[in-house]
Ligand binder design. Structure first.
Ligand code: FE2
Length: 356
């Protein structure tokens, strides 16, 4: 065999008519960078150097024949390179498109309904030791139809055996979908009650206020509009402080002033940046939604977008105020604006308030 130096993984091998005798080996880049191989060989006087060891100098090959062979092989090699590059480009393009399509389909068709149940255990000193209050927190339904997915959400909620179900707003995006929300709400059952507050979308869909409260009440859900609801359940005195959207500081202050510190005070607000500082130390737990956790994310990176009034909150458990009050922001159930989720699954949040 002749000396082989493959630079671009392509070798041009010139053979004599007798295929056993290789008379020249070139790597492609050698041909590519020289003027022509033959001229190089002739000029450099290295004609013999490209002959393989087994090719004796006695081979009778006219220079012009060699030149022709080399030229033909060079053209073939160029064609092959062009073909390979063209196929590689097509493969890359097709692969990229197929990958992007698969990612988009997953973010559109699977991930928005890939429901996750998160569980958080919080010790509360106002709850007697040995007792536990199971709170299921749902938010941001953005329901278009009461379909299979929402039946699954209702069933999963029921499976968690909640004592109390709390909802933090954004039930619809359009008033015409309210009947589906009411069908969904009718499925939610908890012995200590189901309580809700309004989000920004209730205002944008123009369904907010007393009418909505009456409709929710007909399904067993108490909608709190800057109101407090008291429950006494299993010997535990609980107050739900329902903060409306928007939440001017006056309303938050009034609720805070009316709260009794001896009760377990659970504040509900659609948005997490609602001047919670006013009631951080009165509340034992603050529940919020609104952010959707960013909805479309990449691992380890901050969300691309968070809506106004999210503040520093994205999702999960935070601690606020002098008492390190737990403030939980759920990723919610539905999707907003774009029907997509990516690395940010929808969430049912079970919070176990345990006595200490
Ligand atoms: Fe929302």
């Amino acid at each position: 065999m002749g000396r082989e130096k493959i630079i671009k993984n392509l070798q041009v091998r010139v053979r004599h008519a007798d295929p056993v005798h290789i008379i020249a080996d070139f790597d492609y880049s050698f041909i590519q960078h020289g003027n022509t191989p033959l001229v190089n060989m002739t000029n450099s006087g290295k004609y013999n150097s490209i002959l393989p060891p087994e090719a004796s100098p006695g081979i009778d090959l006219p220079l012009c024949s060699c030149y022709s062979l080399v030229s033909i092989m060079k053209n073939r090699a160029d064609s092959r390179i062009n073909l390979i590059e063209s196929l590689s480009r097509r493969k890359f393009l097709f692969g990229s498109l197929a990958f992007s399509g698969a990612v988009f389909a997953d973010a559109w068709l699977r991930q928005p309904t890939d429901l996750e149940v998160s569980q958080t255990r919080l010790p509360i000193s106002k709850i007697p030791s040995g007792k536990e209050l199971r709170v299921v927190h749902l938010s941001d339904l953005h329901l278009h139809r009461y379909d299979r997915y929402f039946r699954q959400v209702a069933a999963a909620t029921s499976t968690l055996n909640p004592d109390l179900i709390l909802l933090t707003g954004d039930y619809v995006e359009e008033a015409r979908n309210l009947s589906g929300v009411l069908d969904f709400l009718a499925q939610l059952k908890a012995p200590a009650g189901v309580f809700a507050v309004q989000g920004n979308w209730e205002y944008w869909a123009l369904i907010e206020g007393k009418n909505l409260r009456d409709k929710f009440r007909s399904k067993g859900v108490e909608l709190l509009i800057n109101q407090r609801a008291d429950i006494d359940y299993k010997g535990v005195a609980i107050s739900i402080l329902g903060i409306d959207f928007p939440s001017p500081s006056g309303s938050v202050q009034q609720l805070n002033d009316a709260a009794e510190k001896s009760r377990v005070n659970i504040a509900l607000s659609h948005v997490p940046a609602f001047q919670h500082e006013i009631m951080d130390d009165t509340s034992d737990l603050i529940l919020c939604g609104h952010t959707h956790g960013g909805q479309v994310r990449l691992p380890m990176l901050k969300p691309f977008h968070l809506p106004r009034h999210s503040g520093r909150f994205v999702d999960g458990l935070y601690r606020v105020g002098k008492k390190d009050t737990p403030l939980y922001v759920t990723r919610g159930i539905g999707t907003s604006i774009m029907p997509l989720r990516f690395f940010c699954p929808p969430e049912i949040n079970l919070i176990r308030l345990v006595g200490v």
